[in-house]
Design a protein. Structure first.
Length: 121
């Protein structure tokens, strides 16, 4: 059961998707981001999707402890500023469905093929 007082869900979208033209480079960017997020391991769970056929779109879903993204994560993981972060409104059925699709690796996702999905836990 989701506790909106104790946790918050966030969508993230990479701001520079037009640069993601080579699949292995894009996969490495996402892998590096997840490695640098290790400092948040006790406070977060994340799912990152790489979709499309070039330029690749990088989108993610994150669950953080607390009602906001922890400040130390924003300050210490410089990759955070490369993403646009939007808090999920779990009462919105469209956003709720998008959350389910991201967790389940639904393909196609938003009309695009799924290249890879990476999980941070």
């Amino acid at each position: 059961m989701y506790d909106p007082e104790g946790y918050s869900l966030w969508f993230c979208n990479y701001k520079y998707n037009d640069e993601n033209t080579v699949s292995f480079v894009t996969l490495n960017k996402v892998g590096g981001f997840l490695q640098r997020m290790d400092l948040a391991r006790k406070y977060a769970f994340g799912k990152m999707l790489i979709i499309g056929s070039g330029p690749y779109q990088v989108k993610g879903l994150w669950l953080f402890r607390g009602t906001e993204i922890p400040q130390f994560v924003m300050e210490e993981c410089y990759d955070m500023e490369l993403y646009e972060w939007t808090k999920v409104d779990i009462n919105d059925e469209a956003q709720k469905e998008r959350v389910n699709q991201m967790i389940e690796d639904c393909e196609p996702f938003e009309g695009e093929a799924l290249l890879d999905a990476k999980c941070f836990k």
